[in-house]
Each structure stands twice: as C-alpha cells, then as structure tokens.
Design a protein around this ligand. Sequence first.
Ligand code: SF4
Length: 132
Amino acid sequence: MRNDSRELKLSEGGGSQLEWRVLEAVAAAGEAGILQKDIWRLLNIDSRKGSRIIKRLERMGLVAREEVVHRGRKMYLLKPTPKLKGMPKIPDELDRIPCFYCPLLISCGELTKILSCERMERWLLDSGSLEG
Ligand code: SF4
C-alpha cells in the first residue's frame, strides 16, 4: 500500500522541467486561474501525461484544482496555492542552465566531463559567456 503522507518532491531530470513549466503557468495566472486544457495547449502536452503532473503537484500542495463549468462543459481551473506563491522564483538566467534539466546530472560530477559537454558549451556560447 502506498504511503501518501511522505513528503513529495519535484521530479529530477527531464520530468522536472515540465513540472516547473506547469507551476510557472499556474503562478502567472494568479487568482484568476488557468483552465487545465489551456495548460495542455500552452505546453504542448497530452491530457493523460498532463493530468498525472497536475495530480502530483496537487498532492504536493502547490496547485489547487477547482471544478468549473466552461461553455457548458465541466473542466478544471488551476490556481496557485499559498505554498506555490511562497516558493522562491529561479532567476531566468539561472533557469536556462542546461544542467538543471539534464538526465545526466547525477552522474556528471567531474570537471573534465563538464568542460567537454556540448550542451554546456552551446549554452555558454548562446548566453555570450564565452565572448571577450
Ligand atoms: S555539464 Fe552537461 S552533461 Fe553535465 S549535467 Fe550539465 S548539461 Fe548535463
């Protein structure tokens, strides 16, 4: 039997990027909220995968789901919880560092690997950090 009382954490690796993007969209919507179906369209994810993410974020207390009727159909409206509003925001510049979303992060600890990483090099070139 699953123990739901344990503390849930945001996923690691590639999965966390989608979770963060959902959280950003919900946080940006504020008290007006955003329809769940608009999140799927905005982030280009299918409803099955998206629903799993939302349920997980809801269990973590970051997103509140409200059933509403929109154009005659029942839908979910997503709103940020006080817990989400209280989370520190990662500055945009840091949010683009490729390591945050890299599936190899856990095994990538050696400086030689980092220095020879194509993703890192591309990010440094794109951000202008290697100029000058
Ligand atoms: S240095 Fe490259 S391989 Fe290592 S975690 Fe960052 S992006 Fe991934």
